[in-house]
Design a protein around this ligand. Structure first.
Ligand code: AMP
Ligand code: MG
Length: 399
């Protein structure tokens, strides 16, 4: 048996195989950038009118003076030229600043009468007001985004602005999610009294989906020969196998033996934690990674969010912030195991709080709907006082 920290260290040493693929920009949100993005021109690329109004030469301004409206400059046309400093040009937001002008006065800061615009006499007129100047946000060739950047809506806009119709992003390892167990039937089956519907692969696939990580899901019976045959094939076809069930001490928990016989070296079996103690982890000679998670639904769930998700994020160089929450009430846990307590975590009065909602053990997946995090309570303590702060693993947005 290893500690949680040892399990972390062992998993961290096993690399996740990433490749690079090209995706359409419209499908890139949620992916991680695999190329450097530079500005192909200054941003903004020209002195951009930032308000609807009139452009003048500020040097020609005097309080009370009226300017003849000599033309109109819409967004998307080539710039007009101010022929006389006594003229002004009506300008629209997004237009190029007309040549010969250097400031924009908003409609609401003056009056229009008989073809003339008269700024309010008390107005302070200065150069480059209401103008978003060329190159102020970025210069041509500036690095805008680096490889490893998570593409959120803001990055999507930046990529579009520099003409990236397709983008290079990291592709996560080819993965298969495998449930095991003779009691499990498909979701659309009518279970007999001694059967239950298989739910773990749905939770796992959904959790992976949130990482943009696609996986196939299959089911295998607790049958030694069947397991050998199918797992040999999956080890050939996929980079990562995520198994659930069949790793405990039961008579029909064949997986540890079968995996080792198939050449997957055990890197640990059993972690000093609750839930999820029977967790098995290994790697084959050819670098195929196997996470064999205990079948109890809360154990599977915890192990994914505590170990597999961070493994993937780290391989993408996405920083994982350490978030801590303050217990709202005392918790007592006697075994010398790290206890992953289910909790409702919330923000209040500038702090993150964790209200324990323990549930009925690792089989009680219904309780997961009441909580949004696990609080990680260390193995070497028994009493966890109210008001003390501990790390949390969240699996829903907090707000
Ligand atoms: P095991 O780890 O195979 O001993 O399974 C532990 C418990 O989790 C048993 O009660 C199983 O029925 C349940 N279980 C295992 N796999 C799944 C699954 N895919 N969906 C729902 N429950 C499961
Ligand atoms: Mg089983």
């Amino acid at each position: 048996m290893v500690s949680v920290r040892e399990a972390d260290e062992i998993i961290a040493q096993v690399p996740a195989v990433l490749s690079v693929k090209s995706v359409l920009l419209r499908e890139a949100t949620g992916c991680v950038l695999a190329e450097e993005i530079r500005a192909d021109r200054d941003i903004p690329p020209y002195d951009r009118v930032a308000m609807d109004g009139f452009a003048i030469d500020s040097g020609a301004y005097a309080a009370g003076k009226s300017f003849r409206i000599a033309g109109i400059q819409p967004a998307g046309s080539e710039p007009l030229l101010l022929a006389s400093p006594n003229d002004c040009i009506e300008v629209m937001t997004g237009a190029l600043l007309p040549n010969g002008t250097n400031t924009v006065i908003r409609y609401e800061d003056g009056e229009v009468a008989e073809g003339y615009f008269r700024p309010h006499p008390e107005l302070q007129v200065m150069p480059y007001v209401n103008i978003h100047r060329k190159g102020t946000d970025a210069r041509r060739d500036d690095v805008l985004l680096s490889p490893g950047t998570f593409i959120s809506p803001a990055e999507a806009a930046i990529l579009a602005s520099v003409g990236k119709a397709t983008v290079s992003v990291y592709e996560l390892p080819r993965a298969v999610v495998i449930s095991t167990g003779d009691e499990l039937v498909p979701v659309d089956a009518h279970p007999q009294p001694h059967q239950i519907r298989q739910s773990n692969t749905y939770a796992l696939q959904a959790a992976m989906h949130a990482l943009n990580w696609k996986a196939e899901a299959v089911h295998i019976k607790d049958d030694d020969q069947e397991l050998r045959k199918r797992l040999a094939q999956f080890l050939n076809d996929f980079d990562v196998l995520i198994l659930t069930g069949g790793v405990s001490k039961g008579k029909f928990d064949y997986l540890p033996r079968v995996l080792e016989d198939l050449g997957v070296k055990k890197l640990f079996h059993q972690v000093a934690q609750k839930p999820g103690k029977p967790f098995w982890f290994g790697m084959s000679n050819s670098g195929k990674v196997v996470f064999a998670l205990p079948g109890n639904p809360v154990s599977t769930y915890l192990c994914f969010y505590r170990y597999i998700r961070p493994w993937i994020l780290r391989s993408l160089h996405i920083p994982i912030p350490l978030v801590e929450a303050e217990l709202t009430e005392e918790v007592i846990f006697k075994p010398t195991l790290t206890y992953f307590l289910q909790a409702e975590v919330y923000l209040s009065r500038g702090k993150v709080w964790a209200r324990p909602v323990a549930g009925h053990g690792s089989g009680d997946f219904v309780n997961l709907k009441n909580v949004n995090a696990f609080v990680e309570l260390p193995a070497d303590q028994t009493v966890f006082p109210a008001g003390k702060t501990f790390p949390i693993i969240t699996f829903r947005p907090l707000f």
